[in-house]
Design a protein. Structure first.
Lengths: 347, 320, 288
């Protein structure tokens, strides 16, 4: 009665071995022109992603945090090759990605899939759940029958009984159920990297817990690597092995999760951690850590981009852009800040 | 409760339009003057419906409302059109989740606030403008004068939310209804708005009903929390009691499944199943199908609200 | 950890639309009227009481209700009821065929223009803008005049009039659909643009375009009748409602009711198309 998932139908094997990072991104850049002003003398650009570099180890979860305008969603789309970067390199398991086009790109796409935030907009309202999940494999040459069998097996795996859900339409499902379908759809390609772009943000807390458990199980079962983008720091702490903090299109801090949460070095990271509402009624927050809204990265100023809101700003911050450098002797915790700050604890 | 500003008694709300549902099934609560009550719950719990009923925002033809709602001595359900217009905005006001949608995009912030003032009070334009500007400054909008003359789309998310709070408070309402006002905001802005609401509430002494699904936000602003599930209040009490000593299994499950820093490394506690269909509510306790502590009587008899020293809850077999 | 919710069977989109359509009284009445007209037109050779071309100078302009001639006779003594039934064939044909053709051509062009964007979009849309700039009637008359009179030429002319309008709607809807997340998810499959358009975009674009096209049916009928009236469509002695209006013009002082009959039928048919289109539009508004 339960559909069987046998040997992999799509071939996405490990090439580089365990030590090779699965994804390496170097100096990724994407600027969008600002179209509002017809007669402006100087063309203005939104610096959505500005020289972003990082790597993700195999089987790990990299959490990416930041607020509106930080560039995390654009970065996700660049990695997913949904939009093309203005410059920069991407290396996936040892192979350069930017050089792919045409057939090679199509092959490559099996390795990397994405789960979007809006579970309803992510599903074609005219297709049944089974058709949606089966579509991907059929593009890569799997027969319709086999793809359907695999789709049903995946539905079973994500906790949706195929007898009940395979022939339903998206509007008949709840948000949590739809997100499970989206996860099943991504898994149908047997990817190695899954980008979760605010995948649980729109879900109720109890449903969120179920989906997060599912994601962790799947990661362990299938040796998946996750790029987990979220604004919810509790969830990022739960899911991630490493965390990267972005601000106005740049990476400002990156490191192992306990370092970031317990010894945050960048003032912005510290502010974000302080901004988490307190769960203890006797220890309510007294003062907001940051004033104003996150700015729009249009023609950013020289020097550190956080200068206008940083409580510790100095003159050097306004002229020299800080580069990412290790915090003390901890080589895998890097920060882009001129100051040495007292690390703050999360809890 | 003495000096209760708001009393809701046995409120039932049924939607009979295209989609039928029993949105609220006997909601009872009171809010004292100067108190902040949070309605905590997930989708379908009835928290937003409760707020909208307090302002009578549902379409008359397809909504059936029974019960009592008394605000400052007046029965809200009995108000005629003219009295209802006076009530809305002046006695009770509301702020919404999407600040962009609450403003008319073709008028400036200042124009809309002035209009609201002059609708409810007999003052001239200059006075209204001055008071509106003062309100904008009180919600800590930088460069208030500039924002006064700005259109809604020219403001960022956080600014719009502050402007919306200013618009809601400009007529000095006694009761403020806040429907997930910070859910759509970035974390650093969210905490600013939460603290702003707390300050304004202390300054003005108004009562606030705050709706959210985020426990952290609830803890930051409220005095009491009412946990809602499937159109009923299942537990109500002080913030401290609810968060540290929940008695209802749903409250306990909700708190347990909320991710916090302790959870890392082990699977999260979840509540099995999903909320019931509001068009076909089960007999007995609505939470019973998902409750690990459910017994025979839970499935047949809906529990009543039982008041204890700490919280009041509706459960036959409460926790601890 | 299974989610158990619904147990009622799932129904496809068009089935739901059909079901909702049954609740629209005006639309159902219009559909009924149209069905009668279409049956009368299609089966005219078997159902009609007389020969549409048999003229009789003695029996000219007999009034409505004359024995044997239910709706009277026209200026050449031919039975009106018969001519109206036969006329319905051509009139309905000239109403439906151009819209149908324009629907296929227009949707295809609109899909590609909307999905591919950029240069392709510019070329297609700006070329069509030239046609779009002319009022429909003028454009129909101009093209028809250039091609010459006759049935097929007027069908071509009307099709060309409607293609730009349909492309515009299709392109607009496609552009909206293209931005949705499920299209991005489809792009992540590595599928070709053609496959994505066929599987994901087409189904979601057809709905709004279909509604728009049904609204054009009445316009097409009236334009077709207008062309025939002007002598650019069908030639006499072919029965066609617009043409009949022309030839009966001289009788308007004598027998106004008979002269108005073809007009009444044009009116009835186009109203029925309109109400049906309105009903379809409401039925397609499915609450999620």
């Amino acid at each position: 009665m339960m559909a069987q998932e046998n040997t992999p139908i799509l071939n996405t094997e490990d090439r580089g071995g365990p030590a090779q990072p699965l994804l390496v991104v170097k100096d990724l850049k994407k600027y969008f022109p600002v179209r509002n002003e017809l007669f402006a003398k100087e063309k203005k650009f939104v610096h959505a992603v500005d020289n972003v570099s990082f790597s993700v180890a195999k089987g790990k979860t990299l959490g990416i945090v930041g607020e509106s305008g930080c560039g995390k969603s654009t970065t996700a789309k660049l990695i997913a090759r949904l939009i093309n970067p203005d410059s920069g390199k991407m290396v996936f398991d040892g192979d350069g990605v930017a050089e792919y086009g045409g057939i090679a790109l199509k092959e490559f796409r099996k390795n990397l899939q994405m789960v979007f935030q809006d579970s309803f907009a992510s599903l074609n309202p005219r297709l049944t759940i089974e058709q949606t999940i089966a579509y991907g494999p059929t593009v890569h040459g799997v027969s319709n029958a086999e793809a359907s069998v695999q789709a049903r097996a995946l539905l079973q795996r994500v906790g949706l009984a195929p007898e009940l859900f395979a022939s339903r339409y998206p509007h008949e499902l709840s948000g949590g159920q739809r997100q499970r379908v989206n996860i099943a759809r991504a898994l149908a390609y047997q990817p190695r990297l899954v980008i979760l772009d605010e995948a649980v943000a729109a879900l109720d807390k109890s449903v969120q817990a179920q989906v997060l458990n599912l994601l962790q199980e799947l990661k362990n079962e299938r040796q998946l690597t996750y790029l987990f983008i979220s604004h919810d720091l509790h969830v990022v702490h739960y899911m991630s092995d490493e965390v990267m903090v972005m601000y106005l299109g740049q990476v400002v801090e990156k490191g192992p999760v306990d370092r970031i949460f317990n010894h945050a070095a960048h003032p912005y990271t510290q502010a974000l951690l302080s901004a988490i509402p307190s769960m203890d009624p006797t220890k309510r927050t007294l003062k907001p850590p940051l004033e104003g809204d996150p700015p729009n990265p249009i023609n950013p100023p020289a020097g550190c981009r956080f200068q206008d809101r940083c409580p510790h700003v100095k003159d050097s911050c306004r002229s020299i852009s800080p580069k990412l450098a290790p915090v003390g002797v901890v080589f895998d915790h890097i920060v882009a800040c001129h100051l040495n700050l007292e690390p703050r604890t999360y809890a | 409760m003495r000096n209760a500003l708001l009393q809701v008694k046995d409120l039932h709300v049924q939607f009979n339009g295209q989609r039928k549902a029993q949105a609220l099934s006997g909601v009872n609560f009171e809010v004292a003057a100067g108190e902040v009550l949070t309605l905590l719950g997930e989708s379908g719990s009835g928290k937003s419906v409760t707020l909208r009923t307090l302002l009578r925002l549902h379409p008359e033809k397809t909504t059936r409302i029974t019960g009592e709602i008394n605000v400052d001595g007046q029965s809200v359900l009995a108000l005629n059109d003219k009295a209802l217009n006076q009530y809305r905005g002046h006695t009770t006001s509301m702020i919404f989740q999407e600040p962009g949608l609450a403003f008319d995009p073709v008028y400036t912030i200042g124009q809309q606030m002035t209009e609201a003032l002059r609708t409810h009070e007999q003052i001239n334009n200059a006075t209204a403008q001055a008071r509106a500007l003062e309100m904008l400054e009180r919600v800590q909008i930088p460069q208030a004068r500039k924002r006064f003359d700005a259109y809604p789309h020219e403001l960022s998310g956080g600014m719009r939310q502050r402007a919306m709070i200013a618009l809601a408070l400009v007529c000095k309402p006694k009761l403020l209804l806040a429907d997930e006002p910070t859910t759509a905001l970035d974390a650093s802005v969210q905490i600013q708005i939460l603290l702003l609401l707390r300050e304004l509430q202390k300054e003005t002494g108004m009562s606030v009903i705050f709706v959210t699904h985020d426990i952290g936000a609830a803890v930051e602003v409220s005095d009491r929390i009412a946990v809602m599930y499937a159109g009923r209040i299942v537990e109500i009490g002080n913030v401290t009691d609810i968060v540290s000593k929940p008695r209802h299994p749903y409250t306990q499950g909700l708190l347990a499944s909320t991710v916090s820093h302790d959870n890392r490394g082990s699977p999260l506690v979840t509540i099995a199943g999903s909320p019931p269909d509001l068009a076909h509510l089960p007999k007995g306790c609505s939470f019973a199908p998902r409750c690990a502590r459910a017994q025979a009587n839970c499935l047949s008899d809906p529990p009543n609200l039982v008041t204890t020293d700490s919280t009041a809850f509706a459960c036959w077999h409460p926790v601890a | 950890m299974n989610d158990q919710t619904q147990t009622s069977p799932s129904v496809g989109y068009w089935r739901v639309v059909l079901r909702q359509l049954k609740h629209e009284p005006l639309a159902m009445i219009s559909a009924g009227v149209l069905l009668v007209l279409i049956i009368a037109a299609v089966f005219a050779p078997w159902l009609a009481p007389a020969d549409p071309f048999k003229a009789s100078m003695l029996k000219r302009l007999l009034p409505i209700g004359s024995p044997g001639y239910l709706l009277g006779t026209d200026e050449l003594g031919r039975d009106m009821l018969t001519r109206l039934m036969y006329g319905g064939r051509l009139s309905l044909l000239m109403g439906i065929v151009p819209v149908f053709s324009a629907f296929f051509i227009g949707t295809t062009l609109g899909l590609f223009a909307g999905y591919l964007g950029g240069r392709v979009n510019m070329v297609i849309m700006r070329t069509l803008d030239i046609f779009y700039a002319f009022p429909s009637v003028l454009l129909a008359v101009a093209i028809s005049g250039a091609l010459g009179p006759g049935l097929s030429n007027s069908l071509i002319a009307l099709t060309l009039v409607f293609v730009p309008q349909i492309v515009r709607v299709a392109e607009s809807v496609t552009t909206q659909v293209r931005q949705l997340d499920y299209i991005e998810a489809a792009r992540m499959s590595g599928a070709s643009a053609f496959s994505i358009i066929r599987v994901h975009v087409l189904g979601n674009v057809l709905g709004p375009v279909f509604v728009y096209a049904t609204g054009l049916l009445s316009v097409s009928m009236i334009l077709a009748s207008g062309l025939s009236f002007l002598g650019l469509g069908v030639k006499p002695p072919e029965p066609e409602w617009g043409l009949m209006l022309n030839t009966l013009r001289s009788a308007i002082y004598n027998k106004p009711f008979i002269a108005a009959l073809p007009g009444a039928f044009i009116f009835l048919t186009s109203i029925a198309f309109n109400l049906l289109a309105d009903g379809v539009r409401s039925a397609m508004d499915i609450k999620k």
